[in-house]
Design a binder for this molecule. Structure first.
Ligand SMILES: Cc1cc2nc3c(=O)[nH]c(=O)nc-3n(C[C@H](O)[C@H](O)[C@H](O)COP(=O)(O)OP(=O)(O)OC[C@H]3O[C@@H](n4cnc5c(N)ncnc54)[C@H](O)[C@@H]3O)c2cc1C
Length: 405
């Protein structure tokens, strides 16, 4: 191992683990610092995979086989009465965040993963970069990778004006056990990547592995994301207010969502969604919602510091690219670091490559989501909202591989 090539990674989630595994395999001395002390736990949602993700997993030292997730063959759209009004053959593997996290952390030496380390400040000079943690420890290295997510401390310090933007709609999310669904839902919904398109709303649902990553029939789960407009200053504000009156503008912790909002969501599901979807929501134990945000950066390289994953760009979920984009950022960064001996040249090359693709992904996701926005403010948004209101367009453009697009 070359001791002159030392890297610190802030954030030990998917982006940090991809970068760490790839750098380690490229001969770097790399350590991850993650603020959460215990093992990270899934936020309970599924992940759509793409061929690009499998390539990155293999490069990161992960064996990709059938245990990764559930293969579906077809996409369908169900109307308000539960009748299939469209279908599209699109084979895809659906997995869970927890599954990917488990595979990536198993590939990384545990003595190099430091939990319970909260980055407080950092500084750099021509020779090194130093991270200071809230427990008083400081660590220096040649390179610092900020994989610290949407609310990145590193990005907020370096570019205070690059902040997440609320998209104008929220996503109700959850998972239901396969074993509790009715025969009708099991037959007409469960085997599919299923869509619903009520006016100005969108339902997306697909099967994922169940408890202990089981893909055995009967033990799987069905995961959904239901987008609904919510005006920032009225409905959203009300929804992110807890029973004590505290407002959580960045998203309310699921246990604090007030019961009447959950009841309203279930009642609305019965009114506007296919009965199969309404049943799924009715039977979901932990129903929760998240406001949808996106984030765009204009700079990713800052001397010895690089932004990566959600710290750099966050696209609305319609492109299904969060994990894949983080993986591709890590691949690109490590490729440039391997090609160029000079660190700042490598980081500038990385920035050039990933700024273009990050902006492309964010713009594409905004187009797909315009249909759900509480307010349409530009002619382009209106055009996009019109374009993505038909079942055919939505099924062929949502969460698909962007290779060549
Ligand atoms: C626990 C967890 C569960 C998730 N579950 C899902 C899911 O089910 N479905 C889905 O689509 N996406 C999920 N995501 C988001 C998904 O991982 C990202 O959208 C995407 O993979 C990009 O990952 P990232 O590593 O760049 O950012 P993130 O996954 O957001 O990771 C950022 C990491 O940085 C750490 N961090 C932040 N600030 C500091 C600091 N100051 N010091 C040290 N560490 C810090 C955070 O604790 C976090 O682990 C989850 C993220 C996390 C952290």
């Amino acid at each position: 191992m070359n001791p002159s090539k030392k890297a610190i990674i802030i954030g030990g989630s998917i982006g940090g683990l991809f970068a760490a595994n790839l750098l380690l395999r490229a001969g770097w001395d790399v350590h991850i610092y993650e603020q959460v002390a215990a093992e990270l736990e899934s936020r309970g949602a599924g992940i759509v995979t793409h061929p690009e993700l499998f390539d990155a997993l293999r490069e990161a030292g992960v064996i990709v086989d059938a245990s990764l997730g559930i293969q579906v063959e077809e996409r369908i759209t169900l109307d308000r009465n539960g009748i299939q009004i469209g279908s599209l053959h699109y084979p895809q593997i659906l997995t869970a965040w927890g599954r990917l996290f488990a595979l990536l952390i198993a590939a990384f030496p545990s003595e190099r993963y430091h939990g319970g380390k909260v980055l407080s400040t950092f500084q750099q000079d021509p020779n090194s970069v130093t991270a200071h943690f809230t427990d008083g420890e400081s660590v220096s290295a040649d390179l610092l990778i900020a994989a610290d997510g949407l609310r990145s401390k590193v990005r907020q310090t370096l570019v205070p004006n690059a902040s997440p933007q609320y998209a104008g709609y929220i996503a109700w999310r959850g998972m239901v056990e396969e074993s509790v669904l009715s025969p009708r839902a099991l037959k007409e919904m469960f085997p599919y990547f299923a869509f619903g398109l009520p006016e100005q709303e969108q339902m997306i649902a697909y099967p994922v592995a169940g408890k202990n990553n089981s893909v055995e029939p009967g033990k799987r789960r069905y995961n959904f994301v239901w987008y609904r407009p919510a005006d920032e200053t009225t409905s959203l504000r009300d929804m992110v207010t807890d029973a004590s009156g505290k407002i959580w503008p960045e998203g309310i912790p699921p246990p604090l969502i007030q019961t009447h909002h959950l009841e309203h969501a279930r009642a609305s599901a019965r009114q506007v969604l296919a009965p199969q979807f309404a049943e799924m929501i009715e039977k979901t134990e932990h129903l929760f919602f998240q406001p949808v945000f996106d984030l765009e950066s204009n700079q990713l390289a800052f001397g010895r510091i690089a932004l990566l994953g959600d710290a750099a760009f966050v696209a609305r979920p319609h492109v299904g690219m969060g994990v894949t984009k983080a993986a591709e950022d890590a691949q690109s960064l490590v490729r440039e670091l391997t090609t160029h001996d000079d660190l700042s040249t490598a980081l500038e090359q990385y920035q050039t490559a990933r700024l273009t693709s990050g902006k492309h992904i964010v713009a594409r996701a905004r187009g797909l989501g315009a249909y759900m926005q509480a307010q349409i403010s530009t002619p382009h948004e209106r055009a996009m909202a019109e374009k993505y209101r038909s079942a055919g367009m939505v099924m062929s453009e949502t969460a698909v591989s962007l290779k060549g697009k």
